[in-house]
Design a protein around this ligand. Structure first.
Ligand code: SF4
Length: 352
């Protein structure tokens, strides 16, 4: 796609499991197992899924904090995984990360000025030494903190303020892409909204593209243009925010959305919640065929044998990508053959 800034193709990350006296490889944890997607310029791509679905490993692969087992990642026309030394350092300036926990990701012994100015030590050509204090103060101002607090330590700030410091550090080098790994999960709800609003403002001002990794579906909906749902190292469904939240076709997405807390008790009582059975299987030994078949309320025989491809499927209005043999909007129970052709449709409010 012409406006893609980051293109991941078939990314795989398997971690060896070692056992026995000789510490031989006895298996692999398949944390990320063939993930492809594009991040478009200026957009926010939300990545959601339960713990252990591989979303944080994927974030680290995008930053090249981990080397992939296989697959490619192209940033602005450059193959990232073939870059070395200075060329890779130059690329790192353009893709930065904001970590989850503002309480542990900031060094308590360093002042805020030192923390935010750290990227300038690694990339001294970005801001000359004499101009650093001014540059850090500008960054503090940009994220809504008092520039005069440059000499304070992290413990002198609240959780939300600390996450603002993390964001200031993330944007210090004027990156094009910011990978945000659960950036608001550790914060109170009211503070979450302020930090998300700040991120949206910075995106408009600086033309940033975000990969926003989170397990909170409401936050992801608020900030994302498109959403990718992951299950056990694979993409289950990918579409615009509207397609995923209004017309999900993958049973896993439908189950996740049905479990989102609803404050209105009337709506909550009317809601038809899908309760998933069992736990997420181990990524060291994922189920055959469709990885979701051991917990899926729509599973049929073919599901345990044949892995569904992530392809465009009808969603009741248009089409978007879903990796399910029987992908259909929740109200529609459709008989769909393995090639994705819909053969019969019936209406129901109940999951089949
Ligand atoms: Fe469920 Fe089968 Fe679809 Fe997998 S392919 S999500 S098991 S219906």
């Amino acid at each position: 796609m012409a406006d893609a800034i980051l293109t991941a193709t078939d990314l795989v990350k398997h971690y060896p499991i070692r056992g026995g006296v000789l510490r031989r490889t006895v298996g692999h944890v398949k944390a990320v197992d063939g993930v492809s997607f594009e991040l478009r310029k200026g957009e926010t791509l939300g990545i959601v899924g339960e713990s252990g679905c591989g979303k944080s490993t994927l974030g680290r692969l995008l930053m090249r904090l981990e080397e992939p087992t296989s697959g490619s990642l192209v940033f602005d026309g450059v193959d990232m995984y073939s870059q070395r030394g200075r060329a890779m350092r130059r690329l790192r300036r353009d893709i930065q990360i904001v970590f989850q926990d503002p309480y542990t990701s900031l060094n308590p012994r360093k002042t805020v000025g030192d923390i935010i100015g750290e990227p300038f030590d690694i990339h001294p050509d970005v801001v000359p030494k004499k101009g650093r204090r001014r540059a850090v103060q500008d960054l503090l101002d940009k994220v809504g903190l008092n520039p005069e607090h440059i000499n304070r330590y992290p413990h002198q700030f609240s959780g939300g303020q600390r996450q603002r410091i993390g964001i200031a550090r993330g944007i210090a080098l004027n990156p094009k892409v910011l990978v945000c790994d659960e950036p608001v999960s550790a914060l109170d709800v009211s503070v979450q909204a302020q930090v998300v609003n700040l991120m949206e403002q910075l995106q408009d001002d600086l033309g940033l593209s975000y990969v926003f990794i989170a397990h909170d579906l409401s936050v992801v909906r608020h900030i994302s243009d498109r959403v990718m749902v992951m299950y056990l190292g694979k993409v289950a469904e990918l579409g615009t925010e509207d397609e995923i939240y209004e017309r999900p076709t993958h049973p896993y997405t439908q189950a996740l959305l049905s479990a989102v807390p609803v404050p209105d008790p009337t709506l909550r009582d009317r809601r038809d919640q899908i309760v998933l059975q069992g736990d997420v299987p181990s990524p060291a030994n994922p189920p055959s065929g469709c990885r979701f078949h051991t917990r899926c309320f729509k599973a049929q025989e073919v599901c345990s044998v044949e892995e569904p491809a992530l392809t465009l499927r009808p969603d009741g209005v248009g089409r978007h990508e879903s990796a399910c043999h029987f992908a259909a909007p929740r109200e529609v129970i459709a008989t769909v053959d393995v090639s994705g052709q819909q053969t019969d449709t019936a209406w129901s409010d109940e999951p089949s």
